[in-house]
Design a protein around this ligand. Structure first.
Ligand code: ADP
Ligand code: AMP
Length: 211
């Protein structure tokens, strides 16, 4: 039976970093709504045009857009082990996911909660650099590329995300506390907490041993 895992936690907690490792080493499919939305914005699709302003302001994209995106992906990857990275982010999104999964005779197996303080998140996001070509994630101090500003994996020039600016980061954190944190109660029987301030290798080992 395939596994469905949710990575829950504030922006910058390290969800994408760990998803990437589980994808490379354990064959999980990573479904990141943030990555899917950024791709839609880049390709100027209808979804991208609708989502852009919310993302630039650090607000959540409306639930109905996110849910139809997920519905499509679940059909595509019905039999795979999946990590949802950055989804669900609201109670209605979580209810819709349960509903979609029940039609496939599945359910959420575990929710990994990444615990980290806001000030550390700000430091992480301000130093984050991403590869626009292959999606690899770096940090200028904690996880720098071998050559300045160049992706180790594919050689592309790294960029800073538009929403990784301090005022947008603060807004994203506020949105997390108000709209996403209620999911901790919603998933209380499935939550496993991890200390997201530990180093990436230890975090990976903990998650890999659990799932
Ligand atoms: P999220 O997907 O939760 O928004 P990321 O995985 O993109 O978070 O990580 C945010 C930033 O923090 C990146 O610059 C990343 O390199 C760095 N980072 C990720 N995990 C750790 C860690 N365990 N310790 C220190 N820095 C980390
Ligand atoms: P992320 O890459 O997860 O940090 O997401 C970047 C931005 O995309 C967020 O600040 C939101 O604007 C939007 N977004 C990503 N996932 C969701 C979601 N599940 N629900 C609503 N908005 C989302």
């Amino acid at each position: 039976m395939s596994k469905i895992i949710i990575f829950l936690g504030p922006p910058g907690a390290g969800k994408g970093t760990q998803s990437q490792l589980l994808k490379e080493r354990n064959g999980f499919i990573q479904i990141s709504t943030g990555d899917l939305l950024r791709e839609a914005v880049k390709n100027q699709t209808e979804l991208g045009k609708l989502a852009k302003q919310y993302m630039d302001e650090g607000k959540l994209v409306p639930d109905d857009l996110i849910i139809s995106l997920i519905k499509e992906k679940l059909q595509e990857y019905a039999d795979k082990n999946i990590i949802f990275d950055g989804f669900p982010r609201t109670i209605p999104q979580a209810e819709s996911l349960d509903n979609l999964l029940s039609h496939l005779n599945k359910n959420v197996d575990a929710v990994i909660l990444f615990k980290i303080e806001d000030d550390e998140v700000v430091k992480r996001l301000a130093g984050r650099r991403v590869c626009p070509s292959c999606g690899a994630v770096y940090h200028m101090i904690y996880n720098p590329p071998k050559t300045d500003e160049i992706c180790d994996k594919c050689g592309a020039r790294l960029i800073q995300r538009d929403d990784d600016k301090e005022e947008v980061i603060r807004k994203r954190l506020e949105v997390y506390h108000q709209q996403t944190k209620p999911l901790i109660e919603y998933y209380k029987n499935k939550i496993v907490e991890i200390d997201a301030t530990d180093n990436p290798k230890n975090i990976y080992n903990k998650i890999a041993s659990m799932i």
